[in-house]
Design a binder for this molecule. Structure first.
Ligand code: MG
Length: 204
């Protein structure tokens, strides 16, 4: 099992960080040790500096696949939820400035926070039809709609599977909309999918 993350998949977020809008999906990986499961707590680590929340739609695939045509890609999705792609932003900015890989800023323990409610894919599910919202201590900090993804979930699966074989249980974080920002000790973070809370995590 692995965690695949898409970067810069919403125009407004690419712009807020001063990045170019990509012409093909940008992806990177997190190890399984990055997963923070429901009921666990985000523990701040001083050596990582400022940690940003990035709320994202997360899909889980349930079969082995490579070179998947876009038209068949959604058939691999078993379920979906929300997640937080936690990012050590200061560290990431330093690495980006030096042209180095991002792992130290993106793949640390607990950096892939997963929602507690896993929704099954059904015939009527439209993954591009969800409003996603993040509240920090009850205040709305991120809001976006999956129709605004630059690359759809199907595009992402097709693209990634040209390079990396997908395996049962793989998770794909599909990118974050604008509004990323720091988290702090004592925060409560809550993620909403079309108004339903599916992610709830405390920061210690
Ligand atoms: Mg992200």
């Amino acid at each position: 099992m692995k965690v695949i993350c898409i970067g810069r998949n919403y125009r407004d977020h690419a712009v807020e960080l001063g990045n170019e809008v990509p012409t093909e999906p940008v992806f990177f990986l997190k190890p399984t040790t990055a997963c923070l499961y429901p009921g666990q707590i985000i523990r701040m680590k001083p050596h990582l500096g400022e940690i940003h929340h990035e709320l994202e739609l997360v899909v889980m695939v349930d079969s082995y696949a490579s070179n998947v045509p876009t038209s068949m890609a959604l058939g691999l999705v078993a379920s979906f939820t929300l997640g937080l792609d936690l990012t050590a932003r200061t560290v990431q900015n330093e690495l980006k400035a030096r042209g180095l890989p991002w792992e130290k800023a993106k793949a640390f323990d607990g950096s892939a926070v997963l929602g507690e409610v896993e929704l099954p894919m059904t015939a009527g599910t439209d993954l591009q039809g969800y409003e996603i919202q993040l509240k920090r201590n009850g205040n709305l900090v991120q809001q976006g709609h999956t129709r605004d993804m630059i690359f759809t979930v199907a595009d992402i699966i097709a693209h990634v599977s040209r390079y990396i074989t997908l395996e049962p249980g793989d998770l794909i974080f599909t990118g974050t909309p604008a509004g990323v920002g720091p988290i702090e000790h004592g925060d409560l973070l809550e993620g909403f999918l079309n108004g339903n809370c599916v992610l709830r995590v405390d920061v210690e």
